[in-house]
Design a binder for this molecule. Structure first.
Ligand SMILES: Cc1cc2nc3c(=O)[nH]c(=O)nc-3n(C[C@H](O)[C@H](O)[C@H](O)COP(=O)(O)OP(=O)(O)OC[C@H]3O[C@@H](n4cnc5c(N)ncnc54)[C@H](O)[C@@H]3O)c2cc1C
Length: 269
């Protein structure tokens, strides 16, 4: 498959990116890990006049533990999130989830920023960011804004990203308690993407359960939090339906994934 022709540009620092995004009259698409954008262009399901490669920009990479939050650069790869010891000491769900994304090649190139901006309901990181009430930092030449994950993702393949903006980082709260978490994913047998998924955590202070939370993915147009002990985690959701998983089957899978996640979080430490 051959995409329509487009211009390729590479930026080496953030100033250059922001100036290109704000001064161009063309449709510019950010190129991150390239694992979704290029297939979409090749299948002609996406269009771009210009593709702007941001792979060389150090400001967009890496994970830093700050006092008030954990900063994850938008260009941080799935593999880096999976393997980062300090991040996973506080939130082991990153390792539990990352290892379930595709294969080593995809994990070494695909980025969390690309996954969030694509807003594919069956992707894995969005449900984790929903679970953790993540915030997203978006920058443009005229300033920056911080948007809660739930407000950023508007629906399937749709997010609140302006043409002149780039997602630069994701902010996750710090956690000083003992965390038991679980990511349960029912994979599509052909693609490996989630047909339904559930992510949960329980925080313990010694033997005392302090907080528990559950989020559901793959099931509706965007991930959502559900009551941890809910009898039906889809009761308020408009459940997606397709030829592989009609809505009743998908809802049943989501409830099974939730039950497994719940059980794993509540097992004695
Ligand atoms: C074989 C295969 C299997 C896969 N399996 C899974 C799976 O099991 N689970 C899963 O979750 N994903 C899976 N993926 C998707 C993969 O993880 C992608 O890498 C990811 O969804 C997109 O990230 P990317 O860095 O490749 O983004 P790109 O493809 O480069 O970009 C995706 C979109 O996001 C935009 N974008 C990217 N970064 C930014 C930014 N910083 N600011 C603004 N816009 C931005 C781009 O313009 C584009 O529209 C798979 C992909 C492949 C090829």
């Amino acid at each position: 498959m051959i995409p329509e022709s487009f211009k390729y540009m590479r930026a080496d620092d953030m100033e250059h990116v922001l100036s290109l995004l704000s001064n161009s009259s063309e449709d510019i698409q950010i190129l991150a890990g390239c694992h979704s954008l290029l297939p979409l262009l090749k299948m002609r399901m996406g269009m771009a006049d210009t593709v702007l490669d941001v792979q060389n920009i150090p400001d967009l990479k890496g994970i830093q533990i700050e006092t008030s939050h954990i900063r994850i650069g938008a260009m941080t790869t799935h593999a880096e999130l999976t393997e980062h010891a300090e991040l996973n000491r506080e939130w082991p769900i990153f390792a539990q989830t990352g290892i379930q994304i595709a294969d080593a090649q995809v994990r070494n190139h695909g980025t969390i920023g690309g996954s969030v901006c694509l807003a594919d309901p069956s992707s894995d990181w969005p449900v984790i960011l929903c679970l953790l009430n993540a915030e997203l930092l978006l920058k443009s030449q005229t300033g920056e804004r911080i948007v809660p994950f739930d407000e950023f993702v508007l629906g399937a393949m749709d997010c609140d990203l302006q043409e002149f903006e780039i997602l630069t980082e994701i902010r996750i709260p710090r956690n000083s308690l003992t965390c038991r978490s679980s990511y349960q994913k029912f994979r599509h047998p052909a693609s490996g993407y989630a047909v339904a998924s559930a992510a949960g955590y329980a925080l313990y202070d010694g033997n005392n359960l302090v907080e528990k939370r559950l989020a559901i993915g793959g099931t509706a147009e965007k991930p959502y939090q559900a009551g941890f002990d809910a009898a039906d985690v889809c009761s308020d959701a408009e459940v997606l339906s397709d030829h592989f998983a009609p809505s009743a089957y998908r809802a049943s899978l989501a409830n099974t994934m939730a039950k497994r996640a719940r059980r794993a979080c509540l097992n004695p430490i």
